[in-house]
Write a protein that binds this ligand. Structure first.
Ligand SMILES: NC(=O)c1ccc[n+]([C@@H]2O[C@H](COP(=O)([O-])OP(=O)(O)OC[C@H]3O[C@@H](n4cnc5c(N)ncnc54)[C@H](OP(=O)(O)O)[C@@H]3O)[C@@H](O)[C@H]2O)c1
Length: 255
């Protein structure tokens, strides 16, 4: 059956790939991100390719009032969100704890923890009213183990991990599913953002690896939403075959 799916961070990477995957399967999408030009372009592509119904909902997840106003502005069927892909997020910098930049830390905490919560809170309220819904939280292998120079990024994803567990318990009585997705290294704009546009450093992250693609992650997320009503994948970690966890890689020169 057709679903209403709200995807945050749909202007790139996992969010954009999820938009394609859900639209290709006939769902109606509410797409979010800050770059409205990208949302507009994506909407045209999705409409032409899949005849999808698309609603643009640009906002900055860090702005508590903007998030609440945007979610509360949804009318009619658009307010009946079946699936939230709570995905918007970023890493900024990869520095030793003592050398890291406080501004980077604030932005990661404001986006990955506070913004994540503003969206989850506003959307879960709509789901509670209908006693149904599925929240997919984007965590990471960085939310399972810390790695050198991962400090605050890892901490924000540990927070997502803890909050997914808490939400699953607190929303249990309303029948709302909560799934935490924990990908390993994936080829998106993530590293370019992390290293502030330094392509050489960003590309080195994938040296000797065939990393996950955004489409790989979107396929897994979509799968989680196709299970029978009484079944929920609570926590799912996926990596490419050359990655064991947040720290161990088997890099090969021909990849
Ligand atoms: N790629 C990886 O290796 C990897 C692995 C594990 C987990 N993750 C997590 O997966 C999620 C998506 O990352 P990605 O790899 O797809 O990176 P990406 O290609 O850089 O996409 C990030 C998305 O988040 C949005 N975003 C960032 N800050 C935002 C804000 N303040 N308000 C609204 N949207 C915001 C961006 O949109 P705008 O810039 O247009 O706002 C963009 O659409 C993140 O939570 C990341 O931590 C990534």
């Amino acid at each position: 059956m057709k679903k209403i799916v709200l995807i945050t961070g749909a202007t790139a990477g996992f969010g954009e790939a999820c938009a394609h995957k859900f639209a290709a399967n006939g769902d109606d999408l509410i797409i979010n991100g800050r770059r409205t030009d990208r949302l507009e372009k994506l909407s045209v592509v999705l409409k032409n390719k899949y005849q999808a119904n698309i609603l643009l909902l640009p906002f900055d997840v860090r702005d508590e009032k903007e998030v609440a106003a945007a979610i509360n502005s949804l009318e009619g069927n658009w307010s009946k969100i079946d699936v939230l892909v709570n995905n918007a997020g970023l890493a900024l910098g990869r520095d030793y704890f003592d050398e890291a930049n406080l501004e980077d830390w604030n932005t990661m905490i404001d986006t990955n923890v506070k913004g994540f919560l503003y969206v989850a809170k506003a959307v879960s309220q709509l789901m509670v009213n209908r006693k149904q819904g599925h929240i997919i939280n984007m965590s990471s292998v960085a939310g399972k183990e810390v790695y050198e120079k991962g400090n605050v990024y890892c901490a924000t994803k540990f927070a997502v991990d803890a909050l997914s567990k808490s939400m699953r318990i607190d929303l249990l009585r309303h029948g709302i599913k909560v799934t935490s997705i924990n990908p390993g290294a994936a080829d998106t704009e993530f590293s370019l953002v992390r290293f502030k546009g330094d392509e050489n450093t960003a590309n080195k992250i994938y040296d000797g690896l065939k990393p996950l693609s955004a489409a790989d992650v979107a396929d897994v997320i979509y799968y989680c939403t196709t299970l029978p009503a009484h079944v929920c994948i609570n926590d799912l970690t996926l990596t490419c075959v050359q990655q064991a966890n947040a720290i161990y890689f088997n890099r090969q020169q021909d990849k």
